[in-house]
Design a protein around this ligand. Structure first.
Ligand code: AP5
Length: 184
């Protein structure tokens, strides 16, 4: 059963790989970024609260994200597994995830960290051109990643739950490397 977390800087390929593997294993791909973007598009109360943070490349306040993840993980389709993409994003969220999972008798199997050099990341995001893919916001997202999210690498490493994958290869090669890490 797949219960995986995708870590890695913005533009490292988390969404691409989480989507491919979720289809392969037929489990839900839970992307907090996608859920938040859809809330912004639909102008829900969550979207209104989240938009300015996202536009600036800052993290949306923890409680907003924790509420949405808790609601999503409690849906019945997560019984067979799940892939979390872009969550947790800091130690507070990782500890809250532990509590959420223990309340539903689940646990995370592995955290996959995608390693990609900054210059490759910036090139990928400028080529994609999402609303938050402009140079200033990309720079801020990378800073926020280093300060808030990178510490999760050692958080999961200490628990022997981390697999670091070279994300600077073709999409297919990255998928194969992740599958091998999970099987081994
Ligand atoms: P989020 O949507 O999570 O964005 P991100 O982490 O910045 O990541 P991206 O979606 O930019 O990149 P990715 O790693 O998924 O790469 P992708 O596969 O798309 O978050 C956006 C915002 O929402 C945050 O800034 C924050 O405000 C808020 N937010 C979200 N979660 C939050 C949380 N938990 N707490 C608080 N706030 C939160 O690939 C990027 C591009 O590269 C694509 O064009 C793709 O086609 C291409 N590509 C992928 N793999 C390869 C490859 N191997 N070779 C060549 N190109 C590739």
């Amino acid at each position: 059963m797949a219960r995986l977390i995708f870590l890695g800087p913005p533009g490292s390929g988390k969404g691409t790989q989480a989507g491919t593997l979720a289809k392969f294993w037929q489990v839900p791909h839970i992307s907090t970024g996608d859920i938040l973007r859809s809330a912004v598009r639909e102008q829900t109360s969550l979207g209104t609260k989240a938009q300015s943070y996202m536009d600036r490349g800052e993290l949306v306040p923890d409680q907003l994200v924790l509420d949405l993840v808790q609601e999503r993980l409690n849906q019945p389709d997560t019984d067979r597994g799940w892939i979390l993409d872009g969550f947790p994003r800091n130690v507070v969220q990782a500890e809250a995830l532990d509590q959420m999972l223990s309340a539903i008798n689940q646990s995370c199997e592995m955290a996959i960290n995608l390693d990609v050099p900054d210059e490759v990341i910036v090139g990928r995001m400028l080529a994609r051109g999402r609303k938050d893919d402009n140079e200033e916001t990309i720079r801020r997202r990378l800073e926020v990643y280093r300060i808030e999210t990178a510490p999760l690498i050692s958080f999961y490493q200490k628990r022997q739950q981390l697999a670091s994958i070279d994300g600077n290869q073709s999409m297919e090669q990255v998928t194969t490397a992740i599958q091998k890490a999970i099987e081994s």
